[in-house]
Design a protein around this ligand. Structure first.
Ligand SMILES: CC(=O)N[C@H]1[C@@H](OP(=O)(O)OP(=O)(O)OC[C@H]2O[C@@H](n3ccc(=O)[nH]c3=O)[C@H](O)[C@@H]2O)O[C@H](CO)[C@@H](O)[C@@H]1O[C@H](C)C(=O)N[C@@H](C)C(=O)N[C@H](CCC(=O)O)C(=O)O
Ligand SMILES: Nc1ncnc2c1ncn2[C@@H]1O[C@H](COP(=O)(O)OP(=O)(O)OP(=O)(O)O)[C@@H](O)[C@H]1O
Length: 482
């Protein structure tokens, strides 16, 4: 592509790509100087040129080098977003794009959409679990990666025949403008509860970041809102830039997609879907009430985007396991084992509510978890308190400690566990902690392994190190027992 295609008054030189990180610049790239939280991209313009950048987009004065094109703009971020979209051939405009945001349930809801909507037209998925389309899948860098990656991933999906994409949109991604030029056809909100205050500082800021998706959605798009989420429903209705529909169970008033006569069991769930007066009997392998909310959100979104409910119903009966989310591990042991990605206070509340249900006729709960380093510290003690209230034993362990000591994080969690009067053990190595929990389990107990799901890496000070995933670690631990 020519530079002049991106910037009309600039020379017709050939460019090979876009970059916002000097360490990833390739010969012929355009480098955008972004001011970040820890560094300023302007300081790396020289390095970008050394690495082969042919043009630099900047807002501050920087030393200029001969033969390089310098483009000054007060809105480098906006220019970057615009350029990403054009350079990649405006991929989102040729896809039906579903954007899912909210504190919990983004991965589950977008995975359900990608799996079921594919029966109508091929639908990729981008989020915490993977970047996935057709039979291809890779581990993502972030839940919502930077704008360069977001648009390149969408273009890759278009090139491989996708007609739709279900993407998780994190509050970080929204606040940092990573999806500003993605054309969303449908924006879905799951729920608003406590998380990420290390970055957003207040719940108000956190909600404002989430709202960006609904303010930016295209005018003929549709928003799908959780009628039962008191914290978000009114604020979102007021800020939507398009029409909206609601989903729920009727607790706070009638919803457009309403689940009635819900019957939950450990094997699956049945309910009647009341969709604007039409009633459909639904049977699904999904368990736990919160997953019914995720399913309702997905049904509402897919239906509003043209998929008949009758076409969804047989597929909903047997939804593919969302990796590491409420994943039941059965290796023939005489106790229950569930691996789940819960890592927020609300996620913990919901999982333990379900755990109590499973063990109500006998059996105790043993939980294994930690909390991430260099992230929200306040929630650590709260997670300990919640688990302590429900468990016979809590095994605290490492969970992406990054530049903190797992022992220090563990002590913060343990203070909450002890406050609830529960027994807590600290086992630093996560695999040994899982082994320990299994060795403590008796017939009829439930072992819950929370926080990492199927993640195949662990973050330490120097970055990601390979990890086998909680689901695999659980299987191996059970086999050792046998
Ligand atoms: C807190 C946060 O989100 N930070 C993101 C942010 O970093 P930053 O603002 O600190 O950037 P910076 O390090 O100050 O650098 C400023 C600029 O200089 C550039 N630079 C920097 C150094 C250098 O040598 N050369 C260079 O060019 C950087 O590429 C950047 O353009 O912008 C960077 C570029 O896009 C991101 O990589 C980085 O994500 C970090 C790695 C991260 O871990 N983010 C997490 C918290 C995140 O985004 N998580 C969400 C939510 C997940 C969830 O729901 O749990 C996600 O979507 O994954
Ligand atoms: N609708 C929901 N309400 C409350 N908790 C939920 C909901 N859906 C899922 N959870 C809990 O949150 C955990 C994470 O679910 P999921 O991965 O779908 O959320 P997420 O929003 O994508 O999280 P992240 O962005 O951190 O990956 C689940 O394992 C479950 O414990």
């Amino acid at each position: 592509m020519k530079l002049s295609t991106l910037f009309s008054n600039q020379p017709d030189i050939e460019i090979t790509g876009l970059a916002m990180d000097s360490r990833r610049v390739k010969t012929g790239n355009v480098f955008f100087c972004i001011e970040g939280l820890e560094a300023d991209g302007h300081d790396f313009a020289g390095k970008a040129v050394e690495a082969g950048a042919v043009a630099i987009v900047h807002s501050k004065d920087i030393p200029e080098q001969k033969g390089i094109v310098y483009i000054k703009s007060n809105h480098v971020g906006d220019e970057l977003n615009r350029a990403c979209d054009i350079f990649n051939g405006r991929p989102s405009s040729s896809l039906t794009v579903f954007g899912v945001t909210g504190t919990n349930g983004k991965s589950t809801t977008s995975s359900i959409i990608s799996d079921i909507y594919s029966a109508k037209e091929p639908c990729g998925y981008m989020g915490t679990i993977a970047v996935r389309y057709g039979s291809y899948s890779r581990v993502p860098t972030l839940t919502t990666p930077d704008q360069i990656e977001v648009h390149a991933d969408l273009a890759e999906m278009v090139d491989h025949g996708m007609k739709a994409a279900a993407m998780e949109v994190s509050s970080h991604g929204l606040a940092m403008g990573r999806v500003d030029t993605v054309d969303f056809d449908c924006a879905i909100f799951t729920n608003l509860t406590y998380d990420h205050l290390d970055y957003h500082k207040t719940m108000e800021n956190y909600f404002e970041a989430k709202k960006i998706l609904f303010k930016n959605i295209k005018k003929d798009g549709v928003a799908v809102l959780n009628a039962d989420d008191e914290a978000s429903i009114d604020g979102l209705k007021a800020c939507c830039n398009c029409r909206y529909v609601t989903y729920g169970t009727g607790v706070l008033g009638k919803a457009d997609y309403q689940a009635e006569d819900i019957s939950l069991s450990t094997k699956g769930t049945t309910f009647v879907l009341n969709c604007k007066g039409e009633r459909y009997p639904v049977s699904t392998n999904l368990v736990a009430l919160y997953n019914i909310y995720n399913l309702l959100a997905a049904i509402g979104a897919m239906h509003e985007c043209g998929m008949p409910i009758e076409q969804m119903l047989p597929l909903i009966e047997d939804i593919p396991q969302v990796d590491g989310r409420m994943e039941i591990i059965d290796e023939g042991q005489d106790f229950n084992v569930i691996v789940d990605y819960a890592h927020t206070p609300d996620g913990f509340d919901k999982v333990f509510e379900y755990a109590d249900e499973i063990t109500k006729n006998g059996g105790g709960i043993i939980a294994v978890f930690g909390s991430a380093g260099k992230r929200d510290k306040v929630k650590r003690k709260i997670l300990g308190q919640i688990a302590g209230r429900h468990c016979r034993t809590v095994v605290v362990t490492e969970e992406d400690p990054r530049n903190e000591k797992a022992e220090d994080i563990g002590a913060e969690i343990m203070s909450g566990v002890k406050e609830s009067g529960c027994k807590g053990i600290f086992v630093p190595d996560r695999i040994e902690a899982i082994d320990k929990a299994m060795s403590l389990a008796r017939k009829g107990d439930l072992v819950l392994i929370l926080g990492k799901g199927d993640e195949s890496y662990m973050y330490y000070e120097d970055g990601r190190a390979p990890f086998i995933g909680d689901n695999e670690a659980a299987k191996r631990a059970i086999k050792k027992l046998v």
